[in-house]
Design a protein around this ligand. Sequence first.
Ligand code: C3B
Length: 796
Amino acid sequence: MPRKARTSSEFRDALLKHLTYTMGKDPEHAQFFDWRMALSHAIRDRMVDHWVASTRKTYEQDGKRVYYLSMEFLIGRLLEDGIFNLDMVEEVKEALDHFGMDMRTILNDEPDAALGNGGLGRLAACFLDSLSTIGCPAMGYGIRYENGLFKQSFVDGRQVESPETWLQEPHPWEFERPEVRFTLGFGGDVIYENGKTLWRPAELIQAEAFDTPIIGWQGKWANTLRLWAGRAVDPFDLGLFNAGDFAAAAEHEALARTISRVLYPEDSNEAGKELRLKQEFFFSAASIRDILRRFDSQHDDIRMLPKKVAIQLNDTHPAIAGPEMLRILHDERGLSFEDALEIVHGCMNYTNHTLLPEALERWDERLFGRLLPRHLQIIDRIDDAHYKAHPHRTLSARSDGQVKMGELSFIVANRVNGVSALHTDLMKKTVFRELHELHPDRIVNETNGVTPRRWLHSCNPGLSRLITDTIGEGWVDDLEQLERLEPLIGDKAWIERFETVKSDNKQALASYVAQTHGVKLNTEAMFDVQIKRMHEYKRQHLNILEAIAHWQEIKDNPNGDWTPRVKIFAGKAAQGYHFAKDIIRLINDVAKLVNADAATRDYLQVIFLPNYNVTLAERLIPAADLSEQISTAGKEASGTGNMKFALNGALTVGTLDGANVEIRERVGPENFFLFGMLADEVMQRRMIHDHAQQAINADPRLARALNALRDGTFSPEDPGRYTHIADNLTWSDYFLVCSDFSDYWRAQREVDEAYRNPEKWAEMAALNVARSGWFSSDRTIRGYMCDIWGAESLLA
Ligand code: C3B
């Protein structure tokens, strides 16, 4: 007690000091914003001590460092995360209470750092958290986008995008490093001079570093997230300015900034834009220079590089880092091509996150050659070297007029990994079959995970408290300890506490939805949640079709004994993905009709919450009863939302896809609602030319639901609005919504039945929690450290 009292008054002083001297405000006149900034700075100060100590230790020990190169880091809010990781919740509450401020209100004032699209970016953020918690010396490298992922709102049910402006307010977490700048180039020519090949780029740009400390659990270690911002080499043309052309005078600066202006809102298909390729080269090249500079500051034998440096390419977006490092070692430092290639190969590893053909990056070789002429030559030499070693190979990094980033990454990398057991297996059998046969030891599996600090401890304080009361606090960085909950699951009093937590979380979500959207949710009903990017393979349309069919059935018999449900959706569609946007609109139209239907609304509500982001996920996941993981088997590489739900005590209705397979194995098949075709059945089914019509003919419920799309039930003012969706499902249905519909319906009725026994349901949900410990990203990162990086923790 005395210790707490002392530190709490110390922290109070620190807070007041920042309010006064950093924000220049008197407490009497300070706004929420001022308090949030003061609090962030006070918390940041605490981080910095750990950060400096970790950096010092990293230099002293000179172990292997890990560099995680990613176009996306979907980190979300940082203040609450920092407070939780530093274990300062009580201290902060007390200090704010003292000034009459409410902690929750202040935390909610922080915008989300939305520097990512979806799973891939969020995985990178979880990895940063785990790397710091484990004490693995590491650095994340990415782009400091001025505009993160767009904001989504609905107008007449349609998605409308507006720019996300998280950097308009000062961002208290970053440290600008004007001294860390690299000049990079594009275009120009390749010249031959004194037996050397040199690239003379035409267009120059600078990359400037911004650092954010990433604190691990209990502040034992902190790593750095370094994000690059575009800057002009020659920011301002005074000549033009004096001649009166003010706009042209600032053009250099504007152009340079464009490169770090926007995050491409494509989730799984590439925009194919020149700017995107420039962004990829920009951050990869800056990171490689930074890595080499740091290595050089401590070593003089470049051959030691693979012993000191492990680079992870998060998907193919940073794949150009390989050729760029080769270019520096060979062209600039004079190593032989073979030696340089060996060193690069020793450092680089590549994670594949998708098998969707449209998501495997390929660049037109003319565009590529125009921007990066020397790299195109280097890629040819990489191909030649590979061909020499494997004369029977048919695949290459450059072929058919394209540069293929997947093949390039595979050939250059020391290890290639998939993100779930099924996905890794399919990688070996499909996209990388030939390369896998040539390099049978290269592909490894590292099933994804999520950080339990954000995705349980901080987002679900009620459940966190119950767990800690039961088994102590050790689970927070050793999640498999959750299995110690299992013996309590038969204990009535314990299960009641578990049920109360869920019901409180549902109440909290319902009051948030009532306040922000004016919709009153029935908290007695099952909360059935599907939240993720909108994509046909994720099959939000399967979910809404089933909801339509269910609604029709309830209407037929409004006095039936139905299990009440609230169907909650959230997710953004890429701006140019019209079909996905139409599905959003359909869900909104269905919601409008169904929620107004007096005959059914006690049993079925539908809501699509706008602007899905990390913070909204933190509200929704703890309140969910049912988690929808219904992708076409073989299409979802892993999924990570599926893990978050199970960890927070939701049951899954899902296909055998991605990490669902491993979740089901671990939580037990009796605690998972399985449906749908398996990955190989999916491939077989597609061979039947009229698979969808057969399915429709066999299931009158499906036929009736599709008819409701055709006859304008949900869009009476525009009856033809959804005909094309019904037509697509009837005549093409690549993602097999119709073929899986009947089995999905069956599984949903089993879900209904199970939910009618609250005690049994709670036991199943609690078993999901107790058996989800393996899905911690700490376990995943330990796997990477051991199988891929050969890196060690520097924590004693
Ligand atoms: C995603 C995949 O779609 C998910 O299955 C997977 O869990 C995550 O990556 C993390 O591995 N993914 C994505 O978000 N963006 C891409 N461009 C490709 C894959």
